[in-house]
Design a protein around this ligand. Sequence first.
Ligand code: HEM
Length: 308
Amino acid sequence: MATPQPAIFDEMGRNQWYVHLSRVDGADLGRIRTVLRDAINGAAGHDLNLCVGFGPTLLADLGGPAVEDFQPYETFVAGDGSGREAKGTQEELLLWYNGTEKDMIWEMQFNARTALAGHMAVARETPTFIWRDSWDLTGFVDGTGNPEDHRQPDVALIPDGQVGAGGSFAIAQRWVHDLDSFNALPLDQQEAVFGRHKAPYTGKLAEVPNTAHVAHVELRKDGNHGQEGSPKRDEIARRSTPYAFHDGTVGLYFMGFCKSQAPLRERMNLMYNTDGSGVRDQLTDFSNPASGSFYFAPSVEDLDAMLT
Ligand code: HEM
């Protein structure tokens, strides 16, 4: 049975660091292989989780599995003329560190990016943290509807017997919140944005409006998304955490895993109502991503083969 990268399912530490890189001219694949091997060993030696994700180009060039339907992230543009969009900023490599000790996370990512200099350049990075009991900065608990732990491998991993078995498709986005506008809404309107009650409560609203976030992401077999009645379909495993920059920019670093990429794209298309046939997720009135990319996190066995 293929082994998933442990960092996907291990308990997340309270600190995370996301580093996105792409190759520069003259990049040496041998050097990249060596640095990634060292990075994986270094993180393990310091009890940190490191998940390594590859964009389509680097996955192919390192001889990774030819997984089905792995597309680069293109900007999702709202179909209602509102100008809202989820910007595409596809890169080739994601190093996602998390653990308890922020200093060691800093050190490990610094060592990796320094060793990659001249071969890969850092395009963007975001240190994030867990706030309270997994609250988003809007004050809503984030993660309530995640599949139970024992079901997550089934949701997130390519099954054995298929190309890329044990690997997972990931989406990584930095959403920027307009908290002034959101916090100005009365409580019932804030709750209507998500379709759930505000922390410390987590329950679903008795009536979920069709503009609510969960009406776009809680996919149901009968098409009545966000409503009880028929079973959920195409679930994903989320690992999102908040961030706060020194210039006052705050938001959610959205990280989700799935055994195929289509359910990640489908949710983005529904949230932005890209084809204009539905209604936009009201959350996008208050938050939009400044960056977004898709990666593939290969199994331990495929990763070993790619880095040898
Ligand atoms: C600003 C960005 C976002 C915020 C603040 C946010 C917040 C939330 C909150 C508070 C919930 C309800 C509680 C829970 O189940 O966790 C939720 C549910 C969910 N969100 Fe988001 N979310 C964001 C973006 C996204 C994106 C981009 C996706 C997918 C591409 C997504 C997928 C989901 C899913 C699958 C659920 C659970 C639905 C279910 O119960 O099955 N979210 N989100």
